[in-house]
Write a protein that binds this ligand. Sequence first.
Ligand SMILES: [Zn+2]
Length: 163
Amino acid sequence: MSRGIHVDDSPEEVRLPRSVLHDLYEHARETDPEECCGLVVGTDGEPYRRVVRCRNDMTLKNEQSPEQWPMNNRSGFYMNPGDYQSWAEGESEDGEHVTAVYHSHVGVACYLSSVDLELVDLSQFPNAEQVVISVREGQLEARVFRRDGIGCPFVGHPVAVIP
Ligand SMILES: [Zn+2]
């Protein structure tokens, strides 16, 4: 999405396991030039355990109702509800829950657009962290957006890798 809005930045790094960052980058690379989306799930002790891919239905929404959904998969993401519904119902038996929602940006930087923020508020995971992966000319980058408290504005953090 090309419309950026101001989100505060923090120099504090968020540490992601190498395997999780790898899977996020793989998904973004595979769907390029369209946006990918999905969930990062984990436990209290291991918050970023694994990546759960979701299908991006924005092009489908656009075909069904172009006035309501003017974007497509190249410019936005709309997670397939069937792909995340079981996670919206709460923790799994082994204590896994949604830690973050991710999506990619193609050809632009990692930020939360005004549309991204609107969709976060409408989503099933309004207080989850948001990970944005940027794919630009083959270069990948990720940034984590985290609220300081329930309903507080997002603050952007650089990502560091846990080897
Ligand atoms: Zn976005």
